[in-house]
Design a protein around this ligand. Structure first.
Ligand code: AMP
Length: 398
């Protein structure tokens, strides 16, 4: 990669601002309760490296959508405690409703080498998500160097990850470096066969991913609700399954384009159906040709699982984004979990995009068997679309 990484910076005794992604799921009923600390854990290698190399570490992050206002339920204070427990070191939380103020500056000046501070939620400032220069400058004035280790927000151009780079020498942290390396290697020099598995609710969200992947992969396995738009485009009855009627034409074009590029698009051959969108109603499996008008397709069937699993087994690189069915309901989660299992059992390089597929992998218990699970849902999707992520682009070149 041509971007600087944290090891390229001389950090000793320097005030290093580090953008991390502490946007963790929080309990809606118990203020301050963290439901999953995975993103905090993922930021630790960079933080540890910086303290071991005697930097003064100043962490920046957002949490949720406070929409430019200081709101208690979005405060990062509980996160500082969790981080402190995880790295067994004090993390000084510097409170301020405006993120930066005179007191914050004073506290930062008092930091000693190897100490860690965490500032308040950057989205308490309305300028943050608009990338307004004034706030970028204010943030930059607190430090001497800048490190971006927040992959999950790297598809967004905000003050704390893009604007700030104009004012400080910058580098990527270990997490972002790893995410970018693994995904760009897989896309640029995949060991073949290269198989992509796409699922989830909408074709519209994945059109650009498919268009980019058609130039790179050998096959694309499509499950989830989006498969029904493709099946309907081929003239099949899909009953009351979720279909994007306005995407039928583009789905046909994608199928033709894949053929031209010698890429196999493989659709479900059987599906789990029910007459209601509910976990309490009767469900059964039918071949896709046997769908009736009142059936709703809610998962891939066993034959499809077998077909997809065989493709995964024969692959050398696999990328997965999006669940195979309504995996939140136990009756329709089997397809998604079986695909997680197939990924765990292959010796191929396996990459799972963030969001639902990442949480399915975690629930399945196969997390450790996957080469890479991305910490960014939206960011990994844009990466697969072949887009340049603005917060990575903004980092100093080597
Ligand atoms: P996405 O955010 O596009 O990755 O979509 C994820 C959502 O797609 C999950 O909440 C799933 O419940 C939903 N989904 C997957 N398969 C189906 C289906 N056959 N019918 C309706 N929703 C589905």
């Amino acid at each position: 990669m041509n971007k600087k990484v944290v090891t390229d910076l001389d950090v000793k005794s320097k005030k290093v601002l580090v953008r991390v992604d502490f946007n963790v799921p929080m309990s809606k009923t118990e203020i301050g309760k963290i439901l999953d600390n995975k993103r905090i854990v993922a930021a630790i290698p960079t933080i540890k490296y910086l303290i071991e190399n005697k930097a003064k570490v100043i962490l920046l992050s957002h949490l949720g959508r406070p929409k430019g206002e200081a709101k208690k339920e979005f405060s990062l204070e509980p996160i500082s405690k969790e981080l402190s427990n995880l790295i067994k070191k004090e993390v000084k939380f510097i409170k301020s409703n405006t993120v930066v103020d005179e007191n914050v500056k004073k506290e930062i000046e008092n930091l000693k080498d190897g100490q860690i501070a965490l500032l308040e939620n950057t989205r308490f400032r309305k300028e943050e998500t608009k990338n307004i220069d004034e706030f970028s400058k204010e943030l930059a004035s607190l430090g001497e160097l800048y490190v971006n280790d927040a992959f999950g927000t790297s598809h967004r151009a905000h003050c704390s990850n893009v604007g700030i780079c104009k004012y400080l020498p910058s580098a990527l942290g270990f997490l972002v470096e790893k995410e970018v390396d693994i995904m760009s290697n897989a896309l640029a020099n995949p060991k073949r066969p290269f198989v992509a598995i796409l699922g989830g609710a909408k074709v519209s969200d994945k059109i650009m991913v498919i268009e980019n992947l058609i130039k790179k992969v050998d096959s694309i396995l499509i499950g989830g609700a989006m498969a029904f738009t493709f099946l309907k485009a081929q003239g099949k009855n899909v009953g009351k399954s979720l279909v994007e009627e306005d995407k039928l034409d583009i789905s046909l074009k994608i199928l033709e384009n894949a053929k031209k590029n010698n890429v196999k698009i493989i659709l479900p051959v059987d599906v789990v159906v029910s007459k209601e969108f509910s976990n309490d109603s009767k469900f059964f499996t039918v071949d896709v040709d046997k769908m009736k008008d009142d059936y709703i397709g809610l998962d891939i069937g066993n034959k499809t699982v077998e077909l997809f699993s065989k493709k995964i087994k024969d692959a050398n690189t696999v990328v997965w984004n999006g669940p195979m069915g309504v995996f939140e309901m136990s009756n329709f989660s089997k397809g998604t979990f079986e695909i997680a299992k197939a990924l765990a059992e292959t010796s191929a390089t396996t990459i799972v995009g963030g969001g639902d597929s990442a949480s399915a992998i975690e629930k399945s218990g196969y997390k450790d068997k996957i080469t890479h699970i991305s910490t960014g849902g939206g960011a990994s999707l844009e990466f697969l679309e072949g887009k340049v992520l603005p917060a990575i682009e903004a980092i100093s070149n080597k």
